[in-house]
Design a protein around this ligand. Structure first.
Ligand code: XMP
Length: 513
């Protein structure tokens, strides 16, 4: 049975993924499609509703993305957000013009609760804060429409034609700053689109397992397991589907955190699947001898990883399917290949397909990260795997500045463990999205007892972020930082100084290399 579907039509807004995630949080399956998708194709998908995203353009600029009137003739409910709202007005004969006062940020908004969208939101006051970001505004709504919200500078902050099921909001209901915004989206999908909300990870797991079984038949599949959330959940799902016809190869490059290799092995070895752990640490270390340039490190590790993986897959023999842990944000973002390369990411889930396989299976390609986590829990994976913070493919190799040696790896592992322990002790492990230690290549003078020391400086990094594209440094309390610093200097030889990184991204990146 097919799930109810809502389509988010992307007009170039930065919140396209967020809107889709919010709709899914309402229990309704949602896909992001380009605004160029022909109306016929949209119709064939038989969505219960269509949401137009925001976008950076002006509707009256000829080059900006537009859409034909036919989309409004399908009888499918439409919600336009920000640029999407202006597009609704413009396309249906309203008037859009440049604001005399642009609205940006939290804005007091007055709602008319006779609107089905606002009227069904529990506890929505007549006036509440919405998040605005626009330099054009709808000066006149199209014929047949009525205004259902306004602000001081925006006379049509929301408008609708309930008979035609067309709704528009100038503000962004999907961002947390809009009070009751998510409930408004919920109200649109439930009360206007009439969705029941049939999307949940339990049913998804069941359907995905059936589909995988149908595809793989009696064949065998191979998966590169890193112990990260995506590959772990892909493994659990595949294993539930095909049992011991799945082989997982965990290439231990020797740059894992303290005890991590054993933890990954313990988590998977008794799961009734073929688990192969390859200890390749010697091999990786010797390849990196004398290498201190970050990009060379990344490329060397990425390449060596593929070589080891290929060798192992040959040993295993005839395998038809390669499993990849691709998730939905990767799918949405693929195709926009014109961004500058800041770092060449090595993702063990993202092997190139020149490894000789009949087909690639991507069992998570429809899921957002939070859904992947829910699915992992549904499949019985332990919390420490499901809630694991991201860990880069090249591991500690890019957290040791300069050349990598065994000694430096040991120092960093011990220091990093102390940092993680103290963050957990302070109950901050779920609030800080990523935190780790970096061994700088700098040494300085200190004093221990009555002796002079000349040892390394350790840097601590902690960030809060929702998407890892931008980040703020985490406001870790001083007493927690102090505990870490005292413990590190006392317990880990060759570190005599500890710093905390207080830069955001941008201008820094999260990792140091
Ligand atoms: P940056 O340092 O670019 O990192 O701000 C953003 C996020 O990506 C992670 N990261 C990687 N993940 N392979 C990965 O799978 C990599 O090569 C890689 N490099 C960085 C980083 O930990 C952060 O979460």
């Amino acid at each position: 049975m097919q799930n109810e579907l809502v389509i988010v039509l992307d007009f170039g807004g930065q919140y396209n993924q967020l809107i889709a995630r919010r709709v899914r949080e309402c229990g309704v399956y949602c896909e992001v499609k380009s605004y160029k998708t022909p109306v016929d194709e949209l119709k064939k998908l038989d969505p219960k509703g269509i949401i137009f995203t925001g976008g950076p353009n002006s509707v009256y600029d000829e080059k900006s993305p537009h859409i034909g009137k036919e989309v409004f003739e399908l009888g499918i409910p439409v919600l336009g957000i920000c640029y999407g709202a202006q597009l609704v007005a413009y396309t249906l004969g309203g008037k859009v013009q440049s604001c005399s006062v642009s609205e940006y940020g939290k804005t007091e908004t007055h709602y008319d609760k006779s609107s089905v969208i606002f009227g069904n939101v529990k506890d929505l006051p007549d006036t509440a804060i919405s998040w605005m970001s626009h330099t054009d505004y709808v000066a006149e709504v199209p014929e047949g429409f009525r205004v259902t919200a306004h602000t001081k500078d925006c006379p049509a902050a929301a408008f609708e034609n309930a008979d035609r099921k067309i709704y528009a909001v100038q503000f962004h209901p999907e961002v947390n700053h809009t009070q009751h915004g998510i409930a408004m989206l919920d109200s649109f999908v439930k009360n206007v689109c009439q969705c029941r909300g049939d999307w949940n990870m339990k049913d998804y797991a069941k359907t995905a397992i059936e589909q995988i079984r149908a595809k793989v038949g009696g064949g065998r599949a191979l998966l590169a397991l890193s112990g990260g959330v995506d590959s772990s959940v892909a493994c659990a799902l595949m294993s539930a589907a095909i049992g011991d016809r799945l082989t997982c190869v965990f290439v231990d490059h020797g740059f894992m955190r303290k005890n991590e290799g054993d933890e990954v092995e313990n988590a998977f070895k008794d799961r009734n699947l073929n688990f192969v752990r390859v200890d390749a640490s010697e091999r990786f270390l010797s390849k990196l001898e004398g290498v201190s340039d970050p990009e060379t490190k990344r490329k060397t590790i990425g390449e060596e990883f593929i070589r080891v993986f290929e060798e192992e897959s040959k040993k295993i023999g005839k395998v038809d399917f390669l499993v990849q842990g691709t998730i939905y944000p990767d799918v949405i973002e693929s195709g926009t290949g014109d961004a500058a390369v800041i770092k060449s990411h090595h993702n063990v889930g993202g092997l190139p397909d020149y490894v000789d396989f009949k087909e690639i299976i991507e069992p998570l390609r429809l899921l957002f990260k939070d859904e992947v986590r829910k699915l992992g829990t549904e499949l019985g994976l332990p919390d420490y795997l499901v809630w694991r913070q991201p860990f880069p493919g090249p591991g500690l190799a890019i957290r040791i500045i300069g050349e990598i040696t065994r000694e430096k790896l040991d120092i960093l592992r011990d220091a990093d463990l102390i940092f993680r322990e103290e963050i957990a002790n302070a109950g901050l492990d779920r609030d800080i999205n990523q935190y780790f230690a970096v061994l700088t290549n700098m040494r300085s003078v200190g004093v221990m007892g009555d002796f002079r020391t000349y040892d390394y400086t350790l840097a601590l990094r902690g960030v809060t972020t929702s998407d890892f594209m931008t980040a703020e440094f985490a406001r870790i309390p001083y007493d927690v930082l102090e505990k870490v610093s005292v413990r590190v200097v006392n317990e880990v030889a060759h570190i005599n100084r500890v710093c905390y990184d207080i830069t955001g991204k941008p201008p820094s990146t999260i990792e140091w290399e």
